[in-house]
Design a protein around this ligand. Sequence first.
Ligand SMILES: [Zn+2]
Length: 360
Amino acid sequence: MAEDVLVCSEDYWNFDFGRFHPLRPIRVKLTFELMKDLGLLEGSEVVKPREATEEELLTYHEKSYLEALKREEPNEAFGLGTEDNSVVSGIFRYASLSVGGTLIAAEAAYKGGVAFNLGGGMHHAKSGKASGFCYLNDVVIAIKHLLSRGARVFYLDIDAHHCDAVQEAFYEEDRILVLSIHQEGIFPGTGDIEEMGEGRGKGYNINVPIPRYSEDEDVLWIFEKLVIPVLERFSPDVLFVQVGADAHKDDPLTSLYLTTGIYAKAAELLRQIKSEGILITGGGGYDIVNVARIWSIFWGKIRGVSFPEELPERFLRIAIMEGYVEPTIWDIPGWSGLRQHVKQEIKERVDYLTRHLPFF
Ligand SMILES: [Zn+2]
């Protein structure tokens, strides 16, 4: 059996977007340490990311954009130097490592392993423009690589934000199925339920926008009624999951009401259908304690590895400094007070999709 691979190195956290930027690369270090303390590195090989080659980057990005990014100077036409996409020294190498890291993980998944690139999931980067904290799109490049290897790919994106650039790149493609669950009405503004793909790709692009205050049981409903049946019927060679951690109830940039429990449940359900050939990346996530808990839980559950539920001493000390007080890896499920309204909306959307998709 192929070995599980965790792509990670200090290059992912020895980097700074500046004091006031919400994306804090230190979250990767915290995740890596939590995984280590929970025993989750046993049975998996830790591999350092490499920089992507020019040829690999050119499979998606425009040459003029790559040159602008390499110059590391603000350039409005390329989305560089904005509040979201600041230009800091070393940005090209940092973004390129993310792409190389996801390509390493993609190759391991293609060979049947389960692989997680903690530095990947940059699903907003456009072919010729930086966007939404993303500079180079490791997701699109890795999917293109897998398609060139002849693999069929199911891309599941559970980040709170819609994967606009990934949808755009594969909108007319039926060898890859893109399924995104995201909060409606927030950045980047795309991801409407009616955006279902075009040409031979019609029906292979699935969006489930969910209202703010959606809870664990709403997402569980979507998994049971939509994600799992579609996964079974599409039967991909590689399952690619972008595990953005910003759908968590305490994330400062979003308004969903999910707990760590749903990430565990999602991983368990996916594993029941597919336990080999899984590519995972991180993504958004702006509360670093929750990012570490979510990615650790997902890495344990998707591989069927058990782990302690108490937070280790070393992690807890950092968590307390960040304002987190629970000593456990799980959250107490919340209650938004809008149960019926949210539940009804989601049920209607899932019903609509099952009536319009070719898989039902
Ligand atoms: Zn996000």
